[in-house]
Write a protein that binds this ligand. Structure first.
Ligand SMILES: NC(=O)c1ccc[n+]([C@@H]2O[C@H](COP(=O)([O-])OP(=O)(O)OC[C@H]3O[C@@H](n4cnc5c(N)ncnc54)[C@H](OP(=O)(O)O)[C@@H]3O)[C@@H](O)[C@H]2O)c1
Length: 261
């Protein structure tokens, strides 16, 4: 299937590793130009160079800390005036694991700044030039926890629900301008973030990492972790031309992990 995104520009946040990096790679393979953002400039530059070399696309690396409001204001202005993406992947790091109570106010604040307020600010900046062009795709990476809260990930469960409310509201407001707004919900896709969470769980439960990983895999209907490229393929479709009639949706890529209909 032709995704119809050759020559279009995608702004991918969290593109230095993990799911963001995998989506950037898939979009480059489909001929899109890229603006890759995260904090680690060295990793971003390496990814940009590799993608340009392998796929002949234009890839720019931009370092930004999404938990820093001043840096995000500058970045958002560049998104609106300079990058003017056709597609935007709203993504950032995951908050630290914890139960719901006893979380330090600074953790709530920093996580909400990164995962909610900055995400909103950048989405808004990206949506403006999309409106002028009459075409755009916005895709926010959430978590299975939006639908089925994950034990010991209270901060993530809480903040991502707010992102879902924002995306659904925005989707109706911009649908008439040719812009779709969707969320994609990973379950257990094998990335560094999932490795960190599994390691923390192994420590809490006095088990080895291998034990924890095989228990988790056995608990999933599909009996294995997902691959970043499997996740990226679904994301690329949601960002594509043929997905133009899909908006305001949350798409699960979780191997059946969420048990509800
Ligand atoms: N993998 C899964 O199955 C899964 C499941 C549920 C939810 N999620 C969520 O989906 C998102 C992506 O997951 P992942 O597995 O790809 O995680 P990851 O491997 O930890 O990657 C996170 C990305 O976000 C960037 N980032 C972190 N903090 C940032 C900050 N303050 N400012 C700017 N960029 C920042 C990181 O780059 P730098 O360090 O260079 O900034 C990295 O590129 C995370 O929010 C994660 O919690 C993932």
């Amino acid at each position: 299937m032709d995704l119809g995104i050759k020559g279009k520009t995608a702004l991918v946040l969290g593109a230095s590793q993990g799911l963001g990096e995998a989506i950037a790679r898939k979009l480059a393979e489909e001929g899109a130009d890229l603006v890759l953002a995260a904090r680690n400039e060295e990793a971003l530059q390496a990814n940009a160079q590799n993608l340009s070399r392998e796929f002949g696309t234009k890839a720019t690396a931009v370092s930004v800390d999404l938990s820093d409001p001043a840096a995000v204001a500058t970045f958002a202005a560049r998104v609106r005036n300079e990058f003017q993406p056709d597609m935007h992947v709203a993504n950032a790091g995951g908050p630290p694991p914890s139960v719901s109570t006893g979380v330090a106010p600074e953790v709530w604040q920093k996580s909400a700044q990164m995962l909610l307020f900055s995400i909103i600010q950048v989405i808004e900046a990206a949506a403006e030039p999309m409106k002028a062009k009459g075409w755009g795709r916005i895709l926010a990476i959430g978590s299975s926890g939006v639908i089925q809260p994950i034990p010991n990930l209270a901060v993530s469960n809480t903040i991502r629900g707010a992102v879902a409310g924002f995306c659904k509201t925005l989707s109706a407001e911009v649908a008439g301008s040719g812009i779709t707004v969707n969320m994609i919900l990973p379950g257990k896709i094998d990335t560094a973030r999932v490795g960190q969470l599994d390691t923390a769980r192994a420590g809490r439960e006095g088990k080895t990492l291998e034990q924890v990983r095989s228990e988790i895999a056995a608990s999933l209907p599909i009996k294995r972790y997902g691959k970043p490229e499997e996740f990226a393929a679904v994301a690329a479709f949601l960002l594509s031309e043929p997905a133009g009639y899909v908006t305001g949706q949350m798409t699960r890529v979780d191997g059946g992990m969420i048990r509800s209909i």
